[in-house]
Ligand binder design. Sequence first.
Ligand SMILES: [Zn+2]
Length: 243
Amino acid sequence: MSLPTRLPDYTLRRSARRRTIEIQVRPDSVRVLAPTRVSRASIDRMVAEKTEWINTRQQALRQRVPMMSAPVPLDQGSDLLWLGERLSLEVIANQPTTHVSRCGDRLQLALSSRIRKARADAISEQLEGWYRAQAFDYFQARVRFWCVHTRLSPSEVRVRSYRRKWGCCTSRGVVSFNWLLIMAPVHIIDYVIVHELSHLLHMNHSAAFWSTVAKYYPDYREAKAWLNNQRDLHWPPRQLSGE
Ligand SMILES: [Zn+2]
């Protein structure tokens, strides 16, 4: 007789409509879906029989998790990106007011004692607000610089949240930028600005459009590739890639 192996912890969800037992393995949890009529003893027996499979599967999943780089909660010492540079977060709690300030390679967040939110939520929310405001100011100024250079002027510059694009230009000449770009290096931001300004001349991605881009930003292919391969422009930030 073999030694009884410890049963993996699992949560049980029963359903009257279900006919079979299903075991769902996640990196940090196991869930068993079972028909209402099946006894707890038989479920335990089945989980016991599958213990080795569950453990192997869980281990494989856990090894894959870092590749997917889950969001990391922001707190003391967290790494943040700012115009391509790494900043280290410093949180000072119980302050009279809330404010964010950058000091060399540190980003200081003073949290007001009046904030009632969970610490992690308060930190993420305050930093996001600060990043968005900074992105707005930065893009206004940087677009002005490129307007002088290219003589292409948008009717308005906006900073927004986009899931799948870095910028956009409307037929009315409004150019918008994804606020996450404030974490990218300046030369990448410049490429996105030149790209959107070039759309003021060509509302498509024709050869003529790309030759306008190339005129003001000759290395555009490199910048495009950087954006396609980047893994760090997310909010909340994920574990930063590379060193
Ligand atoms: Zn475009």
